[in-house]
Design a protein around this ligand. Structure first.
Ligand code: C2E
Ligand code: MG
Ligand code: MG
Ligand code: MG
Length: 285
């Protein structure tokens, strides 16, 4: 094949592959160090009630700023952590940090992202149960965001874990809904009570009628199943107005705020406390 494609083409591909591999090896090495050296932090993105604009929840999002590598995106380093199993330890740290944040904001629900690999073992599951027993977690202040990938496999073992977590009062949300291998039947069978419409569907609302129709249909279907809907990636006032008219429950996006550290989060809350309704105030961080 290499001959057919030509020498130069082959060399081009192999250089690209080497680069990717080297980058992966580098990140793998640095990521564990980064964790012990406290280079990993959690930022929080406000989630607002669509009708009022009041912040009711926050999503914890990992950030890595490395002195040598600069800012590395979570899309990239989560994949690395999933590749070598470090995701388990990292995921437990995310849970505990997010819970400290939740303690300071008892009126907010805090969401964490869980990799589907974290359901291959019981670490996360047991830790959530332990936190409840220890009184570290109360009802209705934690939401676990899972992906369609996890529900695709839908083993009895996973379903049982999700049911037990839900029974504790923890919300379970499907992240990036519509982008994975959606099989709508799992919405009925799995104890999911929230759904996040992927930002790729929100981007072109309200100007693209097909997107509008899809978003409208997802909201109607979810509500019929008793599932609360969150719109991701809301960037404009027009999108917000559209979601409001369609009866979407919650929204999240740069229009309200990007993910910010916990100090900035407090400032955001104070700034918007009395404002409500349509006048969201942003800060330039
Ligand atoms: P996600 O869970 O779907 O998170 C939403 C992503 O959309 C975040 O990217 C957020 O910063 C970005 N976003 C929010 N509002 C807007 C908007 O209005 N416009 C646009 N264009 N983007 C917006 P981020 O922080 O880069 O995270 C990327 C992904 O990395 C997350 O997607 C999640 O899958 C993963 N991730 C982040 N933190 C964790 C974690 O603690 N654990 C795991 N397992 N995955 C994580
Ligand atoms: Mg998420
Ligand atoms: Mg998402
Ligand atoms: Mg996403």
């Amino acid at each position: 094949l290499a001959k057919k494609v030509g020498k130069n083409t082959f060399r081009f591909y192999s250089t690209e592959m080497n680069k990717k591999l080297l980058r992966k090896i580098l990140l793998e090495k640095k990521l564990k160090q980064a964790h012990t050296q406290n280079e990993l932090t959690l930022h929080y993105q406000p989630i607002v009630d669509v009708q009022t604009g009041t912040t009711v929840a926050a999503e914890a999002l990992l950030r890595w700023h490395s002195p040598e590598l600069g800012t590395v995106s979570p899309e990239e380093f989560i994949q690395v952590a999933e590749g070598n199993g470090f995701i388990n330890e990292l995921g437990l740290w995310v849970l505990s940090s997010a819970m400290s944040f939740a303690k300071q904001h008892s009126d907010l629900e805090v969401s964490i992202n869980a990799s589907s690999l974290q359901f291959n073992n019981e670490q996360l599951f047991l830790e959530i149960k332990r936190l409840f027993r220890a009184g570290e977690l109360s009802n209705n202040n934690l939401c676990i965001e899972i992906t369609e990938r996890l529900l695709l496999e839908e083993t009895e073992r996973v379903k049982k874990m999700l049911h037990e977590i839900r029974d504790l009062g923890v919300d379970i949300s499907i992240d990036d809904f519509g982008t994975g291998y959606s099989s709508l039947s799992y919405l009925k069978r799995c104890p999911v009570n929230k759904l996040k419409i992927d930002k790729s569907f929100i981007t072109d609302t309200p100007h693209d009628n097909e997107c509008n129709t899809l978003v409208r249909a997802i909201i109607m279907m979810s509500h019929a199943l008793g599932i609360e809907v969150i719109a991701e990636g809301v960037e404009t006032q027009e999108q917000w107005e559209f979601l409001k008219a369609e009866g979407c429950d919650l929204a999240q996006g740069y229009y309200f705020s990007k993910a910010i550290d916990s100090e900035q989060f407090n400032a955001y809350l104070n700034l918007n406390k009395s404002v409500g309704s349509i006048h969201i105030r942003r800060k330039n961080y």
